[in-house]
Ligand binder design. Structure first.
Ligand code: ATP
Ligand code: MG
Length: 247
């Protein structure tokens, strides 16, 4: 059996701020199979972003183990962590985080340029992504000339340009109106399609979570429960199941 794409075992993460200890994660155990699309839901402060940062190797757990592709991240050297962030994960944030003075095209190619891998194959892939995301006519424009939806679609292309194994997104539609938000989720699920990409998305929106395979609910830094999206008939039923787990 191949290893899980992501595996958390009794993961704790504590922060120290203003001489107070904050227990952001208090023993999180769950796993995600390769190719699965998982939505992480939970109230504000329940630990969702903390969990995502650990998946992205932007932070390390205080205790417990996080394995990515079967490898314990605490055993990675700094160099291996950099390689992992460059080649294996794509990140999308709520604030689109595009570089203001670069065009769509240059923003999308930025990860390849930073890795010194901006070859013809990567440029073809970038052009293909831009086309699929409906941005071809906008590729010379800078972010300020784009709508919020277009900026976030640019961020999808940038996150996918290196063909990552794992795509991580933290409330990617938090700054979009409902029409742009719907378009984002349907484009994302089209792009994932039958690929083997593992996707972890933090979202508050049941209408978005229905695009996922599985919902993992956090409450006060632990997994309150999880369920297959197939078990819910629609967004309303998904929302009801989520509410039950957060009570
Ligand atoms: N760098 C930090 N220093 C101190 N405390 C932190 C830090 N990052 C997060 N926390 C605390 O850890 C807890 C979990 O935070 P986290 O950002 O993971 O929540 P969240 O579920 O993403 O919330 P939201 O939905 O509001 O984004 C919160 O109580 C938060 O204040
Ligand atoms: Mg958060």
């Amino acid at each position: 059996m191949p290893p899980y794409a992501i595996e958390f075992s009794d993961v704790k993460k504590h922060y120290h701020a203003a001489s107070q200890r904050v227990e952001a994660l208090r023993g999180v155990t769950f796993h995600i199979d390769g190719g699965q699309f998982v939505a992480i839901m939970g109230a504000s402060g329940s630990g969702k972003s903390t969990l995502l940062h650990l998946c992205a190797l932007l932070d390390r757990p205080t205790s417990g183990t996080v394995k990515i592709g079967g490898q314990d991240i605490s055993s990675l050297t700094e160099r291996q962590s950099v390689e992992f962030r460059r080649y294996r994960v794509g990140l999308i944030f709520q604030q689109f985080n595009l570089i203001p003075n670069l065009s769509v095209w240059d923003n999308v190619l930025l990860p390849a340029r930073l890795a010194g891998k901006c070859n013809a194959e990567v440029m073809d892939h970038a052009a293909h992504l831009i086309d699929r995301l409906g941005l071809s006519a906008r590729q010379r424009h800078r972010p300020e000339a784009l709508s919020g939806g277009e900026q976030q679609r640019t961020a999808i292309a940038r996150a996918m340009v290196m063909n990552p194994a794992v795509l991580l997104a933290d409330e990617p539609t938090g700054n979009l109106d409902s029409a742009n938000s719907r378009q984002f989720w349907s484009l994302l699920s089209d792009m994932i399609g039958s690929s083997n990409l593992t996707v972890v998305v933090v979202t508050h929106e049941p209408a978005a979570a229905v695009e996922a395979d599985r919902v993992v609910v956090l409450r006060d830094g632990v997994v309150a429960g999880q369920f297959d999206v197939e078990e819910a008939r629609d967004a309303g039923e998904l929302a009801a199941r989520y509410q039950l787990l957060t009570r």
